[in-house]
Structure formats: C-alpha cells, structure tokens
Design a protein around this ligand. Structure first.
Ligand SMILES: NC(=O)c1ccc[n+]([C@@H]2O[C@H](COP(=O)([O-])OP(=O)(O)OC[C@H]3O[C@@H](n4cnc5c(N)ncnc54)[C@H](O)[C@@H]3O)[C@@H](O)[C@H]2O)c1
Length: 319
C-alpha cells in the first residue's frame, strides 16, 4: 500500500508535544494541507521529500498490541536510518514495541510504505521519511521534519548500509564501487549523526547506535570495501563516544555476523558460506537477536558504556 493509501486509512496524528510531556492523552490533530492544497490525513508532500505519520495507537500505550511488554522508550523518539526493511525494520519494531515513537529515514519509498503498514499500531507514533542518507541536505531536512513532528530525537540508529560487490579480491575491486560503499556506510552515517546531535545536545541526552559488522573487526576476504567501511564505523563510534562522553549522549556500535536479510540474499552463496562457516554457533543470526542488543545500547540503562562495539556474532568475537 502506498504512503498516501495508508494515510487515507485515517490514522490520527500524534501531536509532538504529547511525546515531550508524557503521559498525555492522544488528541488527533487536524491534518496538514498537502503541497497541492488538498487535505490529506497525515501525509505531507513537500518540495523534494514526502513524509507522513502512518500510524499510532493512543498515547500511554492502551491500544498497543501484546508486543508491548516493557516501556523503556516510553516518551522517546527513535530515528532509524535504513529502517524500512531488514535489520533496521526489526530494530524499529523492537523499539516501537517498547514505547518509542519512530522516524524511519530510508531511500526506498516502497519499502517505507510496507514498513508503515507493518508497524502501524505497534508504536505510539510513526513518521516515514524518504531520504537518501548520502545526501547531506536530505538528512538535515529529515532531522528538521522529525523535530517538527515530535519535538525531540532521543535515539538514532544508523542501519542504512550496502555491501557493494563481493567475492572479489582487492586488485579486482572497482574504485567506484569502493567509493559508493564508503559513501553510504561511513559518510552517510556521519551525516545522520551530525544532523541529530544538535537536538541531543540541547536535551543533554542521546543514544546513538551504529550498525557496524564483525567484518569490520575481522576483515572478510572478498569484501574489501564493506569490511573497510565497517572498520571505519567502529573508529567513528570510538571518537564520538569520547567527544560527547560528558554530555549525556552515548555512541556505541553493534557488530553482527551474518543475518539472512535482503542484503545477504543478494550475495554470492560462496561468500555467505565463507562468513557463516566462521560463526562458532554454526548458524546465522536472527534479526530479533540483533534488535535485542541494539535495544539495550539505545536505552537509558546503557549509561556507562560509550565508544564501544558490542558483538552479536554467534561467538565470532575477535576483540
Ligand atoms: N545482514 C547482515 O548479515 C548484516 C551483518 C552485519 C551488519 N549488517 C548491517 O546491518 C545494516 C542493515 O543491513 P540489512 O541486512 O538489514 O540490509 P537491507 O538491505 O535489508 O536493509 C538496508 C536498508 O538501508 C536502506 N538504504 C540503502 N541505501 C540507502 C540510502 N542511500 N539512504 C537511506 N537508506 C538506504 C535500504 O533501502 C534498506 O531499507 C547495514 O548497515 C549492514 O551493513 C548486516
């Protein structure tokens, strides 16, 4: 279903202040006019970017599904880049089920619409923003739109990522492909963090969780660009952790081993076997297992750990 189609279902919007001053009763707010002057139920079409509030349950969680067992993120807003599918979507589901309002920033509009449908009713608020994370102005606009709707950004999970071409030795690596991987996996991660940090600094609170990879620690042969980019993520995380250590903002990373997502399905089977054979548990990870580790790193409970990279690798721990 399209974003507009989802919006037509008439799911009420969540006022930004409801989240800031919890607990409050959800009062549906009037839909904003779309750029073409027509009224739409929570879907806004801007100049270059379209975004919409796709679904919510009543504030306080009364109408949450049975998935709501904890409320670690009640009153908080979590931004997830690459949140439209795979690991990012799994993280969104987990944080939403624990009370976070969600802002998904993702380049794939179709996947965003499907994610909106899947998550509707599973989080107290949901904003889906088509955004190419490699484009600085789009990330900054997405941050402004998220703040405008929700008034805060407590958690940032940077999950957008690509592998680039794999199963190739270094002398065969296409420099353009290498640059493309670094651009999304590293530069876009930095841009998203840069766009969100001012709001976190104003709030004296923030949890940044970067999705790295065990390949960044161990180095996967045949994956030069990807492994290099994920090693950079681990370095970036250490720097940011130290720079903001006294501000209430933490920055940690997660290093998963293989998880069967669309990204992995697109890899040559020999490359997947190479990676899976290295896992001592002799199995691939589940999205929910990664999301569980991220949920801890994104929570208030994770208050004395920063600049660290958690493993979620079935024992493929190297340091
Ligand atoms: N699946 C694994 O085995 C595995 C292991 C370790 C780390 N990771 C990391 O986890 C993260 C998620 O991977 P996944 O397996 O869920 O992949 P995926 O391909 O299923 O999801 C990636 C998401 O990123 C989005 N994206 C791609 N380019 C973008 C851009 N320019 N701007 C915004 N969004 C963009 C995609 O639309 C997609 O929704 C990645 O950073 C990946 O490197 C995955």
């Amino acid at each position: 279903m399209s974003l507009r189609g989802l919006a037509r279902k008439g799911i009420p919007n969540l006022p930004a202040r409801t989240l800031a001053g919890l607990p409050a009763k959800a009062t549906p707010i009037a839909p904003r006019p779309a750029s073409d002057g027509s009224r739409s139920a929570g879907l806004f079409l801007g100049a270059g970017i379209c975004y919409g509030l796709l679904g919510q349950s009543a504030a306080g969680g009364e109408t949450h599904t049975k998935e709501t067992r904890m409320s670690r993120f009640k009153g908080q807003v979590a931004v997830i880049t690459g949140g439209a599918q795979g690991i990012g979507l799994g993280i969104a589901r987990r944080l939403g089920s624990e009370g976070a309002a969600l802002a998904l920033w993702d380049v794939n509009r179709q996947a965003l619409a499907a994610a909106g449908a899947a998550l509707a009713g599973h989080a107290p608020g949901l904003l889906a923003i088509p955004c190419d994370a490699t484009r600085r102005e789009q990330g900054e606009k997405a941050a402004a739109q998220t703040l405008e709707k929700f008034g805060r950004m407590d958690v940032l999970v940077t999950a957008a990522g690509i592998t680039g071409k794999t199963n190739v030795k270094t002398h065969e690596v296409d420099p353009d492909d290498f640059a493309r991987v670094m651009d999304l996996n590293v530069t876009a991660m930095f841009l998203a963090i840069r766009a969100v940090l001012p709001a976190m600094l104003r709030a004296n609170y923030g949890r940044i969780v970067n999705i790295a990879s065990i390949s960044g620690k161990d180095g996967n042969a045949g994956m030069l660009a990807y492994s290099t980019s994920k090693a950079a993520v681990i370095g970036l995380t250490k720097v940011i952790g130290k720079e903001y250590a006294e501000t209430g903002i933490t920055c940690n990373a997660i290093a998963p081993a293989v998880v069967r997502t669309a990204m992995v399905a697109a890899l040559p089977e020999t490359q997947v076997k190479y990676m899976t054979d290295k896992i001592p548990m002799k199995r691939t990870g589940e999205i929910e297992e990664i999301a569980a580790v991220v949920a801890f790193a994104a929570s208030r409970e994770c208050s004395f750990t920063t600049g660290f990279t958690f493993d979620a690798s079935g024992g493929r721990t190297v340091y």
